[in-house]
Ligand binder design. Structure first.
Ligand SMILES: [Zn+2]
Length: 623
């Protein structure tokens, strides 16, 4: 924020001399006009002096103030006109005095050459509502006059205009007469197009900033040297370049921490100076339509980054913390779910099994796993595979994060009582072939889902359990009848996402004896019925991460799924119906009998193949 504002006369001179200077009255009363006192006042619509001015000493403003009067109009002869002018001047003097008391610079717009390019920055409606006129715009500098300069909405408007047009803004106090003068100017304007809310981050900006980032470590440098108004665009450019899913920006005691989540792991990106916080948080709130002046409450917003051939929605959440606020921006990059079914990471035998199940016209396919285990990606990949013109697919999501063409996606709305259960009932009346329900978390939804699966629909959904073996016990504990659940099921999947070793720098590593024993045990237990070739556990070779330019020195790049698929067999169906209950242990035993490869075994097979490391399997799945 500038300590000293350039004078209006200087700004007008700079704005090129395209017209002869009109009469201008300029009063620079303070060297620090940009700080608006927090003491609030209720400004009235008339020019009657605010209380503080009445209480001000009766001494006239010092004559030494920088007041320039260019030209004048002293030719009027009629007494009434003279009287009017005197009272007008008195009112102007009152505003001038208020300007001194409040330390807000003063402007008189009578005869001021307001240019259309300045005026259009505030739409007429808003100008009337806020009693504000944008009266001077040179490009780098913007000046706004208002009869109520202390109104927080004016402060917000000034900030918003400053950010949107990348310009320095300052608010001036003016009289009601000045405001009327300004408003009259709108009549001379051609019809103004409504201004788009928010700030755009252009593809050009993103491309420009990405070009400056050669590797991970250069991002911090680019960030630290960028203009505060560019910081957010730079952060987003970097985040897209690294394929990160979340951006974390947090006010800390001695600075601002910027971190990205890449491949599921949070990584430090840069530390910025603490004094930039206000501007940064302001800009984030502005682009995501959050309340700029609210910083003691959690807020949620969103914005969209438009790129040539895709749109990336960004969900923004802020929460207050001890040193300011913490911001998390989730980038819903369509690329992140654009994984083909065949590229998810299923081994050939599992892929064949699953394919058979999803091609059935009815039944339930359930995926399990904690948040962030890639369930959504898997379900979307299945949906896209099944998405042909001769089937109708409807989804029920909370919220709809990624839009897929050819699929009817509907969103849960608890405020309108559109819950999973109610939504699912409505969806079934739409005669779909395939239904995807974001999550089954209660008996109501579970019962309708089972009914749907039993009446000729293929139903895909997720349930929040650790692994495939936990799903059936969870459904039964919800109160779902075993004789309905058992025939409705097709398959249950468990999954985790493992980071893939960077192909450029992966290296052979030794594993400690204890780990090796565990690894061998898991691999030896892979059932013969699985269709997997027997692993030669006597001659195992493993790779680990090293780190290079290509992988941000993490040693990993991209992720792959580790899966287990439990197929509903006649045996399983019989067990569930006859016993009415089943333990996770029994489920696992049944899995072994039908040849299920567990997530851990699947992960280890991927480590044997050099796709991931043993430590990554251990971190995600344990051994
Ligand atoms: Zn590497």
């Amino acid at each position: 924020m500038p300590g000293n504002l350039p004078s209006i006369a200087d700004l007008l001179k700079k704005k090129t001399a395209d017209s002869t200077p009109a009469p201008v009255t300029v009063a620079q009363t303070s060297t620090e006009p940009a700080t608006i006192p927090t003491a609030t006042q209720t400004p009235g619509p008339t020019t009657s002096a605010p209380a503080s001015v009445v209480e001000a000493p009766a001494t006239p403003p010092p004559t030494a103030k920088a007041s320039i009067i260019i030209g004048g109009n002293e030719t009027s002869s009629k007494l009434t006109e003279k009287m009017q002018n005197i009272s007008l001047r008195e009112r102007e003097t009152e505003v001038e005095r208020a300007s001194q008391t409040k330390k807000i610079p003063y402007i008189n717009l009578k005869g001021f050459p307001i240019s259309p390019d300045a005026l259009v920055l505030i739409p007429e409606e808003q100008a009337k509502q806020l009693k504000a006129i944008s009266f001077l715009f040179t490009g780098p500098e913007l000046r706004i006059g208002s009869t109520q300069p202390e109104d927080p909405r004016i402060k917000e408007l000034a900030f918003e205009l400053g950010e949107r047009h990348k310009t320095n803004t300052a608010v001036y106090i003016m009289s009601e007469e000045s405001f009327v003068q300004g408003i009259k100017m709108y009549d001379a304007l051609p019809k103004i197009k409504p201004i788009v809310k928010g700030v755009q981050i252009t593809e050009e900006e993103i491309v420009k900033f990405q070009a400056q980032m050669t590797d991970f470590s250069s991002i911090a440098g680019v960030l630290e040297h960028s203009n505060v108004t560019d910081v957010i665009a730079v952060v987003i450019a970097a985040s897209l370049k690294l394929g990160s899913s979340d951006i974390h920006i947090e006010a800390e005691e001695k600075g601002i921490a910027v971190r990205f989540r890449v491949d599921g792991i949070l990584q430090d990106v840069a530390k910025l100076a603490a004094d930039q916080w206000k501007k940064i948080i302001g800009r984030i709130k502005l682009i995501s339509s959050l309340k700029i002046n609210v910083n003691d409450q959690a807020q949620d917003g969103r914005f969209t980054i438009y790129q040539k051939n895709k749109e990336i929605d960004v969900r923004v959440s802020t929460i207050p913390t001890s040193f300011g606020e913490s911001v998390v921006m989730r980038l819903l990059n369509p690329d992140s779910i654009a994984v083909e079914f065949e590229a998810l990471g299923f081994r050939p035998a599992s892929l064949k099994k699953l394919q058979k199940e999803i091609e059935k016209p009815n039944g339930m396919i359930i995926t399990t796993g904690p948040t962030g285990s890639g369930k959504t990606t898997t379900l979307y990949a299945i949906l896209r595979k099944l998405n042909t013109s001769d089937v109708k697919i409807i989804t029920l999501e909370d919220p709809v994060e990624y839009k897929v063409e050819g699929i009817n996606q509907s969103q849960i709305d608890y405020s309108k009582d559109y819950t999973f259960a109610k939504g699912l009932r409505s969806i079934l009346r739409q005669d779909p072939d395939i239904v995807m329900v974001g999550e089954i978390r209660d008996l109501d939804t579970a019962e309708i889902a089972v009914q749907a699966a039993l009446t000729g629909h293929l139903l895909l959904s997720t349930i929040h359990t650790n692994d495939a073996a936990g799903a059936i016990p969870r459904f039964l504990s919800m109160g779902l009848a075993p004789h309905l659940l058992a025939p409705a099921l097709n398959a249950i999947m468990g999954q985790r996402l493992l980071r893939k070793l960077c192909k450029e720098c992966k290296q052979i590593v030794e594993i400690d004896t204890e780990t090796l024993v565990d690894v061998k045990k898991h691999l030896d237990e892979i059932p013969e019925a699985s269709g997997e070739a027997k692993v030669d556990t006597a001659n195992l070779k493993f790779y680990g991460p090293k780190g290079c330019d290509k992988c941000n020195n993490t040693g990993y790049k991209g992720r792959v799924g580790a899966y287990e698929i439990l197929i509903k067999t006649v045996d399983l169906e019989k067990t569930i119906i006859e016993k009415g209950t089943i333990s996770e242990y029994d489920m696992r035993e049944l899995g072994k009998v039908q040849g299920m490869v567990t997530m851990t075994q699947d992960g280890l097979l991927k480590a044997v193949d050099g796709i991931t490391s043993i430590e990554e399997v251990k971190r995600n799945l344990g051994l």
